[in-house]
Write a protein that binds this ligand. Structure first.
Ligand SMILES: CSC[C@H]1O[C@@H](n2cnc3c(O)ncnc32)[C@H](O)[C@@H]1O
Ligand SMILES: [Zn+2]
Length: 446
């Protein structure tokens, strides 16, 4: 009789890049997983003597990394991808996106759009996303059925929409949803006030009261454009971040998205209050919002994660693209080729995102005791050969098409590039249905 220990899964790989401990690459190692948790990381030869897994994955040409954490998205906007391009933020929102959302967004739209987004994200190695969108119940449903980890936005915006009538209604709906899903280990909830120009002081006060009671994160678009700063100066006499400080919103629970236009004093404030930033390089470039001062933020010690933003402003939900752009932009902007080296960018896309969401104890790195949220990248492709440093290739050469396997909480969601929880034919069918509906009725909008 074998005296090997029974476990659920063993994944053997050419390289394991745990992210924590930092800057380590393990060669010819295996991850032992039981009940969704990483039980051990050890040399392959030892693993096969010690464990009797129910399932073994032998990934001879692959690197295992922590699943990528998309720190800011509007998942359901996959259904609005490509509807309005080449516009600055305020014109994009006011003339195109908000009218379209007013006309089409309902619970079914968000369910179908988020499922489509989950498929795209899983295929690209993303295991966790932080969402801000209407009908968050549909987002929770889509995330739960896809098997992804998600932070669901309890959104608030101070105007009526197809989802809610006023701030109290938004908050009541969000809090009810949080209660409903409190026992789901893969779902967490953040308050998600849209932006300083759409949320009043009174509403921010209510959000802050709840967020402090529940110790929940607050996820907000902040300092995205010069227009936003001008509007704030005109209406309140101070820049948005100063208004947030006056209202008491600057804290370790704040996830400030974009943060493109910042003074040195504001960068110091963000560090002083231990806030996190969701850096969205593609969206910042496509909407011509500007270049966020990421190396200054990182040098100051601010926690910076990466996000894709929605598919209508990016137009991809691709964290490989965001990692590469973050690295290249930081170098170009700072004039320093050593700004944001590859290991640091991978950490931003994984552990920093998890820490921003308060999930750093359970995910974000390949660490014994954490959940098995893992992506495997196949390095047998021509453009990844030869390979002197797998972390260099991950950031500067690889793309999401190289992702072969994905696990969340030990459950396989992508196996040899095939989705295991979502039906691609069904996703195509539902997307085509929405395209037909939107194109048949939208001439005056776009
Ligand atoms: C309250 S639900 C989210 C709301 O935000 C809109 N949105 C999408 N991308 C951006 C962005 O980059 N800045 C500001 N607002 C954005 C989205 O369309 C929803 O209306
Ligand atoms: Zn956004």
């Amino acid at each position: 009789m074998s005296n090997r220990e029974e476990i659920d899964t063993l994944i053997e790989a050419k390289w394991i890049i745990p992210v924590e401990p930092a800057e380590i690459v393990l060669n010819q190692h295996a991850i032992a997983i039981d009940h969704g948790i990483i039980k051990n990381i050890l040399p392959i030869a030892e693993a096969s003597q010690r464990y009797q897994p129910q399932q073994t994955f032998t990934l001879n040409d692959h690197a295992l990394i922590p699943g990528l954490v998309n720190l800011h998205t509007h998942a359901a906007m996959t259904l609005l991808r490509g509807l309005a391009d080449d516009l600055p933020l305020m014109e994009w929102l006011n003339k195109h996106i908000w009218p379209a959302e007013n006309q089409y967004v309902n619970a079914q739209f968000v369910l179908d759009g988020t499922r489509l987004a989950c498929a795209e994200m899983i295929k690209g190695g993303i295991t966790c996303f932080n969402d801000m969108y209407f009908f968050p119940e549909s987002c929770a449903q889509a995330a739960a059925s896809s098997g992804m980890r998600a932070a669901i936005g309890m959104i608030v915006i101070d105007f009526p929409t197809t989802y809610a009538s006023d701030a109290d209604d938004y908050l009541a709906k969000g809090l009810e949803l949080r209660d409903k899903y409190q026992h789901n280990p893969l779902l967490s909830f953040c308050f998600a006030p849209h932006a300083p120009y759409t949320v009043s002081d009174k509403t921010f006060n209510s959000i802050l009261t709840y967020a402090e009671q529940l110790d929940a994160a607050i996820h907000i678009h902040l300092h995205e454009t010069q227009d936003e700063i001008r509007i704030s100066m005109e209406s309140s006499g101070v820049r948005p971040i100063e208004r947030m400080q006056q209202l008491g919103l600057l804290s370790p629970n704040l996830i400030a998205v974009h943060m493109v236009h910042l003074t040195d004093h504001e960068i110091k404030l963000l560090h002083q209050y231990n806030c996190s930033i969701a850096h969205c390089p593609s969206s910042n470039m496509k909407l011509a919002s500007g270049f966020a001062p990421i190396s200054s933020l990182v040098n100051q010690g601010v926690n910076v994660g990466l996000g894709t933003d929605g598919a209508a402003s990016n137009n991809r939900l691709d964290m490989f693209e965001e990692m590469r752009l973050a690295a290249l932009l930081a170098k170009a902007n700072s004039g320093r080729a050593d700004a944001l080296p590859a290991h640091q960018v991978l950490r931003m896309a994984t552990l920093n995102g998890a820490n921003a969401l308060g999930l750093g104890e359970s995910t974000g790195s390949l660490t014994v005791g954490k959940a098995a949220d893992i992506a495997a990248i196949d390095f047998s492709h021509l453009n990844l050969t030869p390979c002197y440093d797998p972390v260099s290739h991950l950031i500067y050469a690889a793309s999401r098409e190289h992702v072969s396997h994905v696990w969340v909480n030990g459950r396989i969601l992508l196996e040899d590039k095939e989705l295991t929880t979502l039906n691609e034919a069904e996703l195509h069918y539902r997307a085509a249905m929405w395209q037909e509906r939107i194109t048949a009725t939208s001439q005056q909008l776009f």
